[in-house]
Design a protein around this ligand. Structure first.
Ligand code: NDP
Ligand code: MG
Length: 381
């Protein structure tokens, strides 16, 4: 039995992780976390019977404790670390929270010697260097759930890093891929949340429309596969069937394909290095699919992707500045306090304003993140 510790259980990825677990034999959910979705959280508790549950608010933890006296409850950031490290080191942490709040629990789980299945890309973007150092030191596995990175991992299987000529990450283009920059001036939150290919959480859906998601994924790929930025390319691929590609130095290209269904990379990560029958996802039917479409990435149309490369190449705390200014800007956009195009303006401004720190400590990362948040909120008053 593989013990699972799942952060972000009520989210888009979290619920699909639970669906996959339910469809397979051999997994037991020991601890979970969720935020404010108490009805969904209760449903999960009753279906999966975890021993430990963390929620966002103290009051929710106290109320739930009365309902379920046999379960241990905790809350807040401290609770996330407790959920991630609950039990013995044999289990795996599936990190599916959204945002860099996932960083501390990931580090705590690695320190415990626990393997990590990572959906929460923000964590690797801000803490990539620290995480990679720890992963080596503790000899744990860090397996991506993000579909592009799962694809790259599969393309690289059995190959040596020296043989890679480049990685090509595909991007659907998000909800506004066919709109001009002029047309972006008046788009609404509702427009932005309508993604053509994937049904995901609100933040990543906005990140797809701004192309920040691809920017975060470029930095994620750099840290996961230790590939320099000049060997990481992106391309728009409308159908989201090819999840990414790797070109080797002999010019042979390997791609990973599948229907756009996150349960496939989730199952790959959960069962790695083994392969189990998938009982819930559709096959890719080449009789129905009659074309695969590609379009060159336009960095003027999607400046946030250019900023991500710049942040990644500068390194230090710049990926944190990029990530936190985006997290804050997306929150403000979802609250309808800023326009869609303000997101890229805020990221650009903050990257120009904050002085970089090389080889940052965890404290540096959190301090810079707080500074960015303070500046953004002061300027909105
Ligand atoms: P969702 O918004 O759907 O879910 C986020 C989860 O985290 C929910 O369980 C939510 O709880 C919880 N949560 C939110 N904020 C906090 C917080 N401050 N503290 C503790 N828990 C919190 O996100 P997604 O599932 O879409 O995305 C999760 C991660 O996976 C992101 O990093 C995203 O980029 C990545 N990812 C997502 C993909 C997708 O298809 N959705 C694809 C690839 C990567 P609650 O809802 O109960 O408040
Ligand atoms: Mg992705």
């Amino acid at each position: 039995m593989k013990n699972i510790h799942l952060l972000g259980a009520t989210g888009s990825i979290g619920t699909q992780v639970l669906e996959v677990i339910k469809s397979l034999d051999g997994f037991s959910v020991k601890s979970i976390s969720f935020g404010k979705n108490i009805p969904k959280g209760k449903e999960i508790i009753e279906n999966f019977n975890p021993e430990f549950v963390c929620v966002l608010e103290k009051e929710d933890a106290e109320n739930l404790q009365k309902h379920y006296p046999h379960i241990k409850f905790s809350y807040g950031e401290k609770g996330l670390v407790e959920a991630a490290t609950y039990g013995d080191e044999s289990g795996v942490l599936v990190n599916a929270v959204v945002g860099m709040v996932g960083l501390k629990p990931t580090i705590a789980a690695i320190n415990k010697g626990r393997n990590i299945l990572l959906a929460n890309k923000e964590t690797l973007v801000v803490g990539g260097e620290i995480i990679n150092r720890l992963v080596k030191e503790k000899n744990v596995k860090l397996i991506p759930i993000d579909s592009e990175h799962s694809a790259i991992m599969q393309c690289l299987d059995g190959r040596s890093k020296e043989d890679i000529s480049k990685i090509i990450i595909t991007a659907s283009g998000g909800s506004f891929r066919d709109k001009s920059r002029k047309e972006l001036e008046n788009v609404t939150v509702e427009n932005a949340l309508a993604h053509p290919n994937w049904n995901m959480g609100a933040k990543i859906t906005i990140d797809s429309a701004t192309m920040v998601n691809k920017g975060l994924e470029v930095i994620e790929a750099h840290y996961l596969f230790d590939i320099p930025y000049d060997k990481i390319e992106t391309i728009i691929h409308y159908e989201s069937i090819i999840h990414s590609l790797v070109e080797f130095k002999d010019r042979s290209v390997i791609a990973q394909l599948g229907v756009p269904d996150m349960r496939i990379p989730i199952q790959y990560a959960l069962t790695y290095p083994n392969t189990m029958e998938n009982n819930i996802s559709k096959s890719l039917d080449f009789n129905i699919m009659n074309k695969l479409t590609f379009k060159k990435m336009d960095f003027d149309r999607f400046p946030c992707l250019r900023y991500a490369y710049e942040a990644g190449i500068q390194g230090g705390v710049m990926p944190t500045v990029y990530n936190t200014s985006n997290e804050e800007a997306v929150r403000l956009f979802l609250e309808k306090k800023i326009s869609f195009l303000d997101i890229e303006k805020i990221i650009f401004e903050m990257m120009g304003r904050i002085e970089n720190i090389s080889n940052p400590t965890l404290d540096d990362i959190f301090q810079i993140s707080k500074l960015v948040k303070d500046i953004i909120s002061a300027e909105r008053k």
